[in-house]
Write a protein that binds this ligand. Structure first.
Ligand code: ATP
Ligand code: MG
Length: 392
């Protein structure tokens, strides 16, 4: 279920040699080896650049966020699309569509096109991106031919990458780049990714958890599992069914997780919450009161998998980088980082200091914003095989 990727030595040494000649830190300096694009292209692009604003998108399995240069985060909505079942005509996107989840008549379906960290439906994903870009135009006025940088889960296939880039180009981008979410999250969390020191980021999203060790602008080692906040919700649904014969909706399970879910004991254990669902035996509505400890027990399978993945990644990390991470601490990002007591749990399991990033839900999109501002000197953090020199 998990996937480990270790950069081969060749890639790593390229990263080292490009930096070796650079006397100034990468973020502050400018690259001298970069070739200029052809003059005519440069002219057209810089002309557009005068009027356009760069757009960064975190295409998450649970939430899509959009960052616009000089404006900040202008959109933050669930990655949900409601469609007519028969014709697949899109009826609603985002928050409006999420309200329909579990409440739609048979003629309407509400889907999450990225649900498990993979793009299950290209067409719907494309429509969703187009919708959010249109919404940016509505909110802040027309953005003519922007450059777009999109955060994607690491481990998506080539076909999926192409689909995302095509979606951005179809939505009017003059250039579309991709960045892996853990890299963007690390940048958004303010980690010194360009320095010769190891930083560890754990991005716990809805559908995926991604753990990465980054040094010198590259991912040295990463692991990604298709377990995140959604799986915890499923755990709670299964728990209610198993323990109480209660059929609970996924949305209610998520609300319960957010209100009293936890990964280690704490003051939240004294709180109680009411599970409201349908009795599986009588078919009638029923409610049951449970405590924080029970919800912790319910989500434990997912939490344990996340903690194991972090430990496994540490085991494969070169010792020099481990020493750096011990100094700096492991940084948790993504909505799952807000789970109460998760930082303590990870610290205990790894014997390392652990910090929750500032505003963990927005790290990835803020990271795309930073990269777009510094595109000239941060090209190497983009997904390499989709790289085409960004216009100015
Ligand atoms: N306070 C909270 N406590 C626990 N979980 C939370 C909290 N707030 C949000 N979450 C969970 O975080 C998840 C969403 O996080 P996020 O927006 O980072 O995911 P995503 O980026 O859309 O997904 P992915 O990174 O997998 O593509 C959801 O499962 C949500 O229930
Ligand atoms: Mg995410």
């Amino acid at each position: 279920m998990g996937a480990t990727r270790v950069r081969d030595d060749a890639t790593l040494s390229v990263a080292w040699t490009t930096k070796a000649g650079s006397p100034v830190p990468r973020l502050a300096g400018t690259s001298t080896t970069r070739k200029e694009p052809p003059r005519i292209m440069f002219g057209v692009h810089s002309f557009l650049g005068l009027f356009s604003r760069d757009i960064g998108i975190d295409l998450g399995t649970a939430n899509t966020l959009v960052h616009v240069r000089d404006r900040g985060i202008v959109i933050s909505e669930p990655s949900v699309v409601a469609m007519e079942a028969k014709t697949k005509r899109v009826l609603a996107v985002g928050a409006e569509a999420k309200r329909m989840v579990g409440r739609t008549p048979a003629s309407i379906i509400a889907v999450r096109p990225l649900r498990d960290g993979v793009i299950s439906d290209f067409d719907v994903t494309q429509q969703m991106i187009a919708y959010f870009v249109r919404k940016v135009h509505d909110r802040i006025g027309m953005v003519p031919r922007p450059r777009m940088l999109i955060g994607i889960p690491s481990g998506v296939t080539e076909v999926e990458k192409r689909a995302v880039r095509d979606a951005a180009m179809n939505a009017g981008a003059r250039w579309a780049g991709l960045i892996e979410e853990p890299m963007a999250a690390a940048i958004g969390a303010g980690l010194p990714i360009n320095e010769p020191t190891g930083s560890m980021i754990v991005d716990i999203g809805g559908g995926t958890t991604e753990v990465a060790v980054i040094s010198l602008g590259g991912i040295v080692i990463s692991r990604s599992i298709r377990v995140g906040g959604d799986e915890m919700d499923t755990d709670i649904v299964a728990y209610a069914r198993r323990e109480y014969n209660l059929f609970l909706g996924e949305r209610s399970a998520e609300d319960i997780k957010i209100s009293i879910g936890s990964a280690s004991p704490g003051e939240w254990d004294t709180q109680r919450v009411t599970l409201r669902g349908r009795d599986l035996l009588t078919g009638l509505p029923r409610s049951v009161e449970v405590g924080g400890e029970q919800i912790r027990e319910a989500i434990e399978p997912s939490v344990a998998l996340i903690v194991e993945t972090i430990k496994d990644t540490i085991e494969e990390t070169p010792p020099e980088l481990i020493a750096d991470i011990m100094d700096q601490g492991i940084v948790l990002a993504g909505g799952g980082a807000l789970l109460q007591g998760l930082d303590h749990r990870v610290a205990e399991a790894t014997q390392m200091p652990v910090h929750v990033a500032n505003d963990p839900l927005t790290c990835v999109v803020r990271g795309t914003g930073v990269v777009l501002e510094e595109l000239d000197i941060m090209e190497e953090v983009l997904v390499a095989d989709t790289y085409a020199r960004p216009p100015r």
